[in-house]
Write a protein that binds this ligand. Sequence first.
Ligand code: FMN
Length: 190
Amino acid sequence: MKLKNLILFLSFCLILPACKNSSSSQKSDEKMILIVYYSHSFGNTREVAKQIHQKFGGDMVEIELVEPYPDDFDLVVAMVGEERENNFRPEIKNIVADMSIYDVVFIGSPIWYGTASTPVLSFMEKYDFSGKTIIPFYTCGKGDEGSYVSSLKRFCPNSTFLPGFGNSQPEREEGVHIEKVQDYLDKLSF
Ligand SMILES: Cc1cc2nc3c(=O)[nH]c(=O)nc-3n(C[C@H](O)[C@H](O)[C@H](O)COP(=O)(O)O)c2cc1C
């Protein structure tokens, strides 16, 4: 009986360190993912962000403004049109405590005037993305991504960009094309 116990004890001592090693090496292989996005009008960009989160996990952060834009679509279009002429950047709430911990950053925006929305530009100005992998995503109306990706690249000269993806809606009410997003996400590896 005593010998049996001794054998059990010795096997436990041998097995435990082996288990510890395998779990810690697995952890160091995992990439830290941040999904950051702004969404204003219909929640379209938020919807895509949620799908990315479902697929890859990680931390998800919605950019919030100190003074949010009004809800009215046409009013915002007019406001942003004027702001663009002065390169205005709305103040955002400080939302990412430690950017340095992330390896992969998904950055999502509605397309505003053919490029990134002003809140996303404010966000990009605030952080250092050196050494990270950036994956841009967007939603838009009848247009396309325009200069969205290149507008982000200006803030990240030392980052690796993966091809971004977007989702345009022929009709506002139609919402995001779920299958298109899923298809992209299924092929994405980083
Ligand atoms: C200020 C403003 C400017 C916009 N400019 C464009 C544009 O240039 N091209 C386009 O296709 N859609 C444009 N849109 C439509 C949005 O990109 C589209 O509705 C987007 O899916 C909204 O995403 P959200 O619901 O996450 O805010 C604009 C919308 C706003 C409010």
